[in-house]
Design a protein around this ligand. Structure first.
Ligand SMILES: [Zn+2]
Ligand SMILES: [Zn+2]
Length: 123
């Protein structure tokens, strides 16, 4: 017999596995509600923390919100110093980091600042 906790974990993890982009705890909660009405947002947070510890998901800070992903091993921002606009980009090749870091990279968050194209045009 599986206990309630194990069943909830399986439900939540199966939904997490279907998301191939960044999501917030609320996003995940809304998806879970459709399958299991007994899961609370607090439970979702609790499991997300557990998954983080177990290396199942990675978490990043995006515009003052915590976002999670199972697939994405990095979260990169290009922030315009003029308008404050955040533009997301992905880095596929991390060889340039590998030889700087004395260990194995599991995930990373990057913040690059500059002036966005729109603002450059205005000058
Ligand atoms: Zn972001
Ligand atoms: Zn700008």
């Amino acid at each position: 017999m599986k206990n309630r906790n194990t069943k909830q974990k399986e439900t939540i993890l199966s939904i997490v596995n279907q998301i191939n982009t960044f999501f917030t705890a609320e996003d995940l909660y809304n998806l879970i509600k459709k399958k299991d009405k007994n899961v609370s947002l607090a439970t979702v947070y609790r499991f997300l923390n557990k998954f983080k510890e177990e290396g199942e998901v990675y978490s990043y800070l995006c515009d003052r919100k915590t976002v999670y992903s199972k697939e994405k091993k990095s979260h990169c921002h290009f922030i315009c110093e003029n308008s404050g606009q955040i533009i997301h980009f992905e880095i596929d090749n991390i060889d340039f980091l590998k030889n700087k870091i004395p260990g194995k990279i599991t995930s990373f968050q990057l913040e690059v600042k500059g002036i966005c194209e729109d603002c450059c045009k205005k000058d």
